[in-house]
Design a protein around this ligand. Structure first.
Ligand code: ADE
Ligand code: ZN
Length: 326
């Protein structure tokens, strides 16, 4: 029997498509593309998924992404996630992709975006899942590389709703990317940014004030600055929080110590998300179930989290109204 939370329709707003690469598919693609993996088997890969921080995870995550070469690889990866999303009653998803991870290996941008977009189109038609695509700049690369990526991406602008910022946060503040985000917004795109996952609350202020983001990805370190918590609540700037990820990457020692219930009850627009489900031991429902148990979330809190997922999305007001649960 499915639990209430499994049955409820919901939106996911923080999922890296490269982070949905299950080891089984990774091995299949490695074989198809004649690439060697640093693991001997699916089991060995799973056992290597123990991380001490964000950087140690990213090293493995980028190695995994090296098996993606052709349009059909990006299609298969995306389609695999969307089928899983259907089973989890995700009716709307906003997916991050990291093109620089692939263009830096010589893969044309068109191959990446066409493979992903084609799967999203089929999911709209066959699975009734709506979606938006968010391009993330890698913050450990240069602003010049981000500008170059933006230039190429603009040709496919109709497929992209927003630009974000991900990868190694420490020592790569949002301020480093101010000018490229100015251009992103001038071209009519929305903005989001990972901030306050491992970085300080000041990185969250920078994302708001300099990058003018509509949402903060993670953002849990806002708790260190009461003025920021108040600001996020007053302005209803959403946080896309990823509980299982936060424990896997040692942002919190355990789910029981997670601060999302505290932030929710201080009036912040908190949403639950999976981040990199193939690496962190669970998709969206597993995140909901685990955090509900660990923090004793009430029915009313769960309802709020689900409605926040629609409210914080980039859907139109009418589309949101059609999705809110009573
Ligand atoms: N890329 C994929 N997952 C990420 C995370 N949790 N933080 C920053 N960059 C990422
Ligand atoms: Zn993320």
């Amino acid at each position: 029997m499915k639990t209430r939370i499994e049955q409820l329709p919901k939106a996911e707003l923080h999922i890296h498509i490269e982070g949905a690469l299950e080891p089984e598919l990774m091995f299949k693609l490695a074989q198809r593309n004649h690439k060697k993996l640093p693991f001997d088997s699916v089991e060995a890969a799973k056992q290597a998924y123990e991380f001490k921080d964000l950087k140690s995870f990213l090293d493995i995550y980028y190695q995994g992404a090296n098996v993606l070469w052709r349009e059909e690889d990006f299609y298969d990866l995306t389609w695999h996630y969307l089928q899983k999303a259907k089973k989890q009653n995700i009716c709307h998803t906003e997916i991050f992709f990291d093109p620089q991870t692939h263009t830096n290996r010589g893969i044309p941008f068109e191959v990446i975006i066409t493979g992903i977009s084609e799967a999203l189109k089929v999911a709209r038609e066959r699975l009734n899942i709506s979606s938006h695509l968010i391009l993330c700049f890698l913050r450990d690369l240069t602003i010049e590389s981000a500008f170059e990526t933006l230039k190429t991406a603009t040709k496919y602008g109709d497929k992209i709703i927003a630009f974000g910022l991900d990868s190694a946060e420490k020592n790569n503040p949002p301020s480093k990317f101010k000018e490229v985000f100015d251009k992103v917004r001038a071209e009519g795109f929305l903005t989001v940014a990972h901030a306050g996952e491992e970085g300080t609350s000041d990185y969250i202020w920078q994302a708001i004030n300099l990058l003018k983001v509509s949402r903060i990805d993670h953002g849990v370190r806002c708790i260190d600055d009461p003025n920021l918590v108040k600001f996020l609540a007053d302005k209803q700037i959403p946080l896309t929080v990823c509980p299982l990820s936060n424990v896997k990457l040692k942002v919190f020692n355990s789910l029981g110590e997670h601060n999302l219930k505290t932030l929710l009850n201080q009036g912040l627009c908190i949403t639950i998300n999976s981040d990199d489900p193939a690496y962190f031991g669970g998709y969206l429902n597993e995140n909901f179930i685990a955090i509900t148990e660990a923090l004793n979330l009430t029915k009313a809190e769960l309802k709020k989290l689900v409605n926040n997922s629609f409210q914080a999305s980039f859907l139109s007001q009418q589309e949101k109204e059609n999705l809110f649960i009573q």
